[in-house]
Design a protein around this ligand. Structure first.
Ligand SMILES: NC(=O)C1=CN([C@@H]2O[C@H](COP(=O)(O)OP(=O)(O)OC[C@H]3O[C@@H](n4cnc5c(N)ncnc54)[C@H](OP(=O)(O)O)[C@@H]3O)[C@@H](O)[C@H]2O)C=CC1
Ligand SMILES: O=C([O-])C1=[NH+]CCC1
Length: 249
């Protein structure tokens, strides 16, 4: 995933592998190689795992800030892996949830994460139970077929759809995609790589950047989906923050 911004002095590339069948080691591994954007001199080789976890969750948190309808009380997470953990951390920086619910396809994964999060968190056996009346839903699974259905979602909820990064995979059912107002990180990426968009043929209303810039509306009262695939600029900006903090010129 290469990124270049001369004005931000960012020239970097991330290489990320995804082995969803891994059991005792992480399913994603990443390195980020950073160069000087003016001379091309290599500056740093960074571990990309933590940056991938944190920048993806930070992006969802920003999308939620713009698209959520009022003050959210209930957060539901589908999936209990690396991104589920980073999403709880990032969303709890911005919002105070009264209740957090976790569903995972293996119940013990949900139980483990619910224990880690603590008092206001419960593990759920069914997706429908987890998302009932939820204000914010995050899908962070390695599922190839939809796990979240229209009938279970409260009208006006906001969904961050983070998994299903291949054109033939989807986490969200087509009826939900088609009835929601759909925002993406990158239109160009979404129409080529997102099964949630391609298979459902849902219309993309806007990129989240257009909402932040004020050129497209945040339809807060409607059910909204932010379809995230991940962008190299997220890695470049995060890598720059890290090397600045370390004092690397
Ligand atoms: N949009 C973006 O920028 C990014 C998206 N991603 C995507 O986010 C998703 C989560 O990533 P991450 O948390 O790092 O991965 P993890 O492997 O840490 O977690 C994956 C989760 O999905 C569950 N899972 C595995 N197979 C299935 C299945 N068939 N049906 C339902 N759930 C399943 C796993 O359960 P168990 O472990 O119990 O099997 C686990 O809870 C992936 O799809 C990944 O590619 C990742 C990085 C960036
Ligand atoms: O942006 C990213 O790093 C990824 N998106 C899907 C898998 C990894």
């Amino acid at each position: 995933m290469p990124v270049y911004s001369r004005e931000d002095d960012i020239l970097a590339t991330k290489i990320v592998s995804f082995f969803p069948q891994n059991k005792d080691v992480s399913t994603h591994h990443a390195v980020i190689l950073v160069f000087c954007a003016h001379t091309g001199i290599p500056k740093a080789l960074l571990d990309g795992d933590v940056i991938t976890a944190k920048r993806t969750a930070a992006t969802s948190a920003v999308a939620t800030k713009y698209l959520v309808n009022g003050k959210p009380d209930v957060l539901a997470l589908l999936g209990s892996g690396v991104q589920a953990r980073s999403h709880v951390a990032a969303l709890c920086e911005l919002f105070t949830f009264k209740e957090i619910r976790i569903w995972n396809h293996r119940f013990d994964g949900a139980v483990k994460l619910a224990k880690e999060i603590g008092l206001n968190c419960a593990a759920c056996r069914d997706v429908s139970e987890a998302v009932k009346n939820a204000d914010v839903i995050v899908t962070v699974t390695s599922a190839k077929d939809p796990v979240l259905r229209l009938d279970w979602v409260k009208p006006g909820a906001h969904i961050n759809a983070v998994g299903a990064c291949r054109p033939d995979w989807s986490e969200i059912d087509a009826d939900l995609m088609k009835s929601a107002v759909v925002y993406v990180d990158s239109r160009e990426g979404a129409i080529k790589e997102s099964g949630d968009i391609i298979l459902s043929q849902a219309e993309i209303y806007a990129e989240i950047g257009e909402v932040i810039l004020g050129t497209r509306e945040a339809m807060r009262k409607k059910t909204t989906v932010f379809k995230s695939l991940g962008m190299a600029i997220e890695d470049g900006i995060a890598a720059k923050l890290v090397i600045n903090k370390l004092g690397i010129q």
